[in-house]
Unconditional design. Sequence first.
Length: 373
Amino acid sequence: MSVTYRISYIEGDGIGPEIFTAARSVIEVLGECFKISFEFVPAPAGDRVLRETGEALPKSSYSIIRESDLCLKAPVGETALQTIIFLRQQLNLYANIRPAKNYQFIESKFQGVDLVIVRENTEDLYVSREFEENEGKKAIALKVVTEEASWRIARVAFETALSRETNRNGKGRGPNVVCVHKSNVLPKSDGLFQRTCDSVAKNFPSVKYSSMYVDTAAMNLVKSPEAFDVIVTSNMYGDILSDEASQVVGGLGLAASGNMGDDFAVFEPVHGCAPDIAGKGIGNPLSMLFTAKMMLDWLSSKRSDKSSAAASKCLESSISAVTGAGIKTRDIGGKSSTVEVARAICEEIRKQTGLGVDDGNMEAVKEDVVLRW
Ligand code: IPM
Ligand code: MN
């Protein structure tokens, strides 16, 4: 065990602390079994912290996040603007990666869905610049689109399409990027986004490329979601389509995301903090666990770390075994509590690794370092 990954974490509000603690216990078992050293450093933020300290993201938490290798964040309540939106923009986490995939152990109306939404994460309406006129009777919001941000997100989309496991085995439909926009109504802003994606596409001749209006994309996502591979879109459309895509494959209780910059990332579930079920111990820990899986995949590719790649695979197969055996929370048709699901997954990981991979047996760690989303 040579390196230690320092994970800063935000427990958040509502069901945040419950699902975070569950995921942390699973990550610690993975660390033990795959000889990966994780150090967890709290970076308190969110509604509760605002009430207690007067700041939703105190400077001390921000420094802790900046000094860590990555941040794992549970949902916060009403303070998203001061926390996650601030972090996305301040740390230049320009790509929000949101996979939506059918698992055979999760009931869904569709089959064969395996797509990724690559959402621009720093601009568009999320610059949050609003103005009032006429004594508040007229409101204006700025939508900002730059060529630079459109260019870099388009590149991420094409590179993602080429690196996806499903597109590398030669069996799938092959790499495919769809640019989603509304340039018929917004020829300057969305037009710039689309034209930039069009020109980046020319550098990736092996990737099939097309573009689609956002309303058509919303329709196609519930008509034939299996036809999508990678969707690249601006911030607000990506927000809306990613909630839709999560329902297509079984619900927000499973949806994970990564806010990625060039060398830092904040990983978080797509959903909110569900205050209505907070404290009841029934929140689904799977969204946080799939988020942890994205974290491991990111570590494996950024740090060429085969142990993280193997741990990610083991996490997925353990989730599959446990959920398949009916140990799941009620939002996905089970009766188990958050803690019961996490505990069962920990046991399954130990079982699958034969109580851990010891130093002399690194044979078990022979994963390729590839992106799995
Ligand atoms: C998301 C969330 C946030 C967003 C909110 C909480 C500001 O909905 O991550 O999808 O709109 O980006
Ligand atoms: Mn959202």
